[in-house]
Every structure is written in structure tokens, then in C-alpha cells.
Design a protein around this ligand. Structure first.
Ligand code: AMP
Ligand code: MG
Length: 436
């Protein structure tokens, strides 16, 4: 395992005191380990979980050439080259049963959608184009089909021996269907990631407690809970931890012993006088960064050890968890989570990284932006009458103003090198819709 210094030496342009977002992401991607344990789950239980192995198809899907339409199967060579085709019908092929009759040259077979193509027939004429004559034959107008039309080929969905799904996929409803079409009853998935989280700060009160002078309700634990729930990880909520060394040690030890990752909020600012940073240093290998971003500049990152707590029982000295020490400001918590923690937790869960989808939208107003840092502004994206996307910023953007986040339906990302934006310029937006 590499030390944090060794990882830092691999990140080009690493500067802990003015770290560009991309460098911080690079560092974290190198730091985080992936869960190893694999469990086998029934197909439906695997929805949203991360596939642990490639799944190779043991059969051709479909297993036979079959009809894509209700109609008449025939040999394309039997179609008249000019004018209508008149052709006799040898019988009917139903879905789920092999057609056993003989088809003489110049004959068609009535066929249902999904029925196996009778031997030698290669084309299906949809029912609605045909007319049945009194003598039992059918009439097919010229130019209705080309050879091979409306025939599904054996193995066209999945050929035997081909990888149907690759390890690292987060399983979707379509994937479950695809696996069912292979007859796969169970899927190997990585075990769920366990993530512990708590809030630090003596000014924090939990819901239900009286709000003493100078205090605020702990909101971060709710936003973090929400974002983690969407990621599908196992949650360990350790509550609000007071700014006391023993309480912090106990919380970190319990987190390290029971979780793969620990997320804290608060107490990591540069001038912070409380014990959070000190205990992080004592119990782990931790770096304190100032990131070139707004909001969300301070952040702690590293590994925290499962040392013995005060009662001598909690914790496992050998076990460590990845620490994400997020800033305390409620908006900064969400922004740093989406910028760094989301991808890291997905990678730890075994998922192949998928960058956040970006929308390009016209800025409705000019935006002030200094080059040399990444800014995340909360915005409302809408579709204009001509079908394009435009975005306006939601009021005051202070990093403590959670309402700016709640009102927004996306985050405008003003990149590191970018300067001021003029009204009508295109900007990148991360839509919240569908974001985990
Ligand atoms: P800090 O990073 O600890 O200096 O906190 C920055 C600001 O965020 C302070 O105004 C804190 O009161 C506020 N804050 C910290 N933690 C929380 C929390 N869990 N819920 C709401 N506000 C918080
Ligand atoms: Mg504080």
C-alpha cells in the first residue's frame, strides 16, 4: 500500500495549499481501494448493485432465427420480380413450437411473431400487406419486402461465448432483463460498501433539542444521509460528535472498525481551533488540503485507523477506513461530495467510473469568475422556446445558504481556467435529475 506522500508524488502539479479540483480527484482515485468480497444474489435483488464478474452468454439469444412480425414466411426467391406474388400457404408456425410440416418450393407459411422460421424460409411479409384469395392463396403486392426482412437472426441479441455484461456495471432494469434472457438466475455482485458519517462542532444541535443561543441544527447529516442513500451504500450514522478528544476518538475508532469509508463534516478549516484535526492526525494518516474551488476549500483526506477506544474494546487495530473530512458549510458539503466523494465511493464499490453527465446551457446573465479555481454555482436550468437549454443562478451563493441548493435543479460548473461569463455564453451544468 502506498503512503499518502507516495501518492502525492504521482499527481502532477500537486500542491496541498492550492490544489486544483482535477488533481484532487486524481489523488483520491489513486488512494481508494476497491471492495473485494463478492456475493451471489437473485436477479431482482441485484438491481442497482455492482456486477463483480463478466457474464458470458452460454447460449445464443435468440436461439433460432424467428419472425419479427405476424405474417407469412417465404423464400425471397419466390417473390415475383414484377407485379404481385400469388403464393400458397402450407400451414401455420406458432411461437413456442417448431413448425414440423413440409414446405414445398413456392409455398409460404403463416407465422406468428417469435415463431421459429421454418427450414429454408428467409423472409416475412407482414400480415397487413397481404390479401387472402378464395382459393386459399395470398396476394403480396410488389415492392413490399426485401430479402431477409422481418426475420430476427439467431444470436443477434447475444451470441454464445460473447460477454453480455462487464464487471463494474451498476445493474439496470435492462440488464436484469438481458440476464433473464440468458436464463441466469443469480448474479455475482460486490458486497455493499459500508460508510460511516458524523457531524462535528460544538454549535450543532440535533433535531428535537432546544436551539441554544449561537447554535444551529445539524443539517449536514441529513444531506449526507440523502446522498449516500441514493448511492446504495450501507449507512452507519454516528450522530453529532462533540468537540472533545475522547468522544472524537471513540467515533473515529468505531467508524474505522465498522466501515470502509468515514465522512465527517466540519472542523477542517485552516484556522480551526477545535480537536477534530488533531484527532484525525493522531488516529490516521491524513492530509489537510486547501482546494482551488468555491465553495468547499478545506478538506481532509486520508486513512483513519481502527485503534482502541477509551473502553478498550471498540476498533480493530488492523483495520482502516478512507477518511473524507468535508468542510462544515452545508453547501460546501454537497459540492465536495459531488466533486470528490461520489466517484470515490463508486470506485470503492467496484463500479467502473462514469463521469457526471454535463448539459451545455446558455447563461441567462453574466457571471463573475476568477481563473485559477473551479466554481460550482447553483442554477435553475430550463428549456427555451427554441428547444435549447438556458440556466440562471439561484440568488445568493453563500456556502452556508442551503436554500440556493434546494431551489436549484443543477450545478453550473465554471472550470479552473475559465474567466468571466457573458450573458448568452454556453456553460456546463450538472443536472441534479437522476444524480446519485
Ligand atoms: P466549520 O467548517 O466547522 O468551520 O463550519 C463552517 C460553518 O458550517 C459553520 O458556520 C458551522 O456552524 C456550519 N456547520 C458545520 N457543521 C454543520 C452541520 N452539521 N450542520 C449545519 N451547519 C454546520
Ligand atoms: Mg467548526
Amino acid at each position: 500500500m502506498q503512503t499518502l506522500e507516495q501518492i502525492a508524488s504521482c499527481v502532477a502539479g500537486y500542491d496541498p495549499n492550492a490544489l486544483p479540483v482535477a488533481q484532487a480527484q486524481d489523488f483520491i482515485a489513486r488512494l481508494v481501494p476497491r471492495v473485494q468480497a463478492v456475493e451471489s444474489l437473485a436477479l431482482r435483488s441485484a438491481l442497482g448493485r455492482v456486477l463483480a464478474r463478466d457474464i458470458v452468454s452460454a447460449i445464443d439469444v435468440p436461439a433460432h432465427d424467428n419472425s419479427a412480425m405476424d405474417g407469412f414466411a417465404l423464400r425471397a426467391a419466390d417473390l415475383a420480380t414484377t407485379g404481385d406474388t400469388l403464393i400458397g400457404v402450407a400451414g401455420t408456425a406458432y411461437a413456442g413450437a417448431q413448425f414440423s410440416g413440409a414446405v414445398a418450393p413456392g409455398q409460404a407459411v403463416r407465422i406468428m411473431t417469435g415463431a421459429v422460421m421454418p427450414e429454408g424460409l428467409d423472409t416475412v411479409v407482414p400480415q397487413e400487406f397481404t390479401t387472402r384469395l378464395d382459393d386459399g392463396r395470398i396476394r403480396i403486392p410488389a415492392g413490399i419486402v426485401r430479402p431477409g426482412d422481418n426475420r430476427r437472426l439467431r444470436g443477434e441479441d447475444l451470441a454464445r461465448g460473447e460477454p453480455a455484461l462487464k464487471a463494474g456495471r451498476i445493474l439496470t432494469p435492462a440488464d436484469l432483463g438481458l440476464m433473464a434472457s440468458l436464463g441466469q438466475a443469480e448474479l455475482p455482485v460486490f458486497r455493499r460498501l459500508r460508510v460511516a458519517f458524523f457531524s462535528t462542532g460544538d454549535e450543532l444541535r440535533s433535531i428535537g433539542q432546544p436551539l441554544d443561543a449561537g447554535c444551529v441544527y445539524d443539517s449536514n447529516r441529513y444531506t449526507i444521509w440523502g446522498m449516500l442513500s441514493r448511492l446504495g451504500v450501507e449507512l452507519i450514522d454516528l450522530g453529532v460528535v462533540p468537540d472533545q478528544p475522547e468522544a472524537l476518538k471513540a467515533a473515529f475508532s468505531q467508524a474505522a472498525a465498522s466501515a470502509d469509508a468515514v465522512i465527517t463534516s466540519g472542523g477542517v478549516s485552516v484556522g480551526e481551533a477545535d480537536y477534530t484535526k488533531q484527532i484525525m492526525r493522531e488516529l490516521g494518516e491524513v492530509l489537510f488540503w486547501t482546494i482551488a474551488m468555491r465553495p468547499g476549500r478545506p478538506m481532509a483526506i486520508g486513512r483513519i485507523g481502527g485503534q482502541f477506544g477509551r473502553d478498550g474494546r471498540i476498533g480493530d487495530p488492523g483495520k482502516e477506513a478512507i477518511l473524507f473530512g468535508l468542510p462544515g458549510n452545508p453547501v460546501a458539503v454537497m459540492v465536495t461530495f459531488y466533486a470528490f466523494v461520489r466517484d470515490a465511493l463508486l470506485a470503492m464499490s467496484g463500479a467502473t467510473p462514469q463521469p457526471l453527465p454535463l448539459l451545455r446551457a446558455l447563461s441567462e446573465a453574466p457571471l463573475r469568475k476568477k481563473p485559477g479555481r473551479t466554481e460550482y454555482q447553483r442554477g435553475i436550468v430550463r428549456q427555451t422556446d427554441d428547444g435549447r437549454w438556458s440556466v440562471r443562478i439561484t440568488g445568493a451563493q453563500g456556502s452556508g445558504i442551503l436554500r440556493s441548493m434546494s431551489e436549484a435543479n443543477g450545478m453550473v460548473v465554471l472550470h479552473h481556467g475559465q474567466g468571466n461569463v457573458a450573458a448568452g455564453d454556453l456553460v456546463d451544468v450538472i443536472p441534479f435529475q437522476g444524480l446519485v
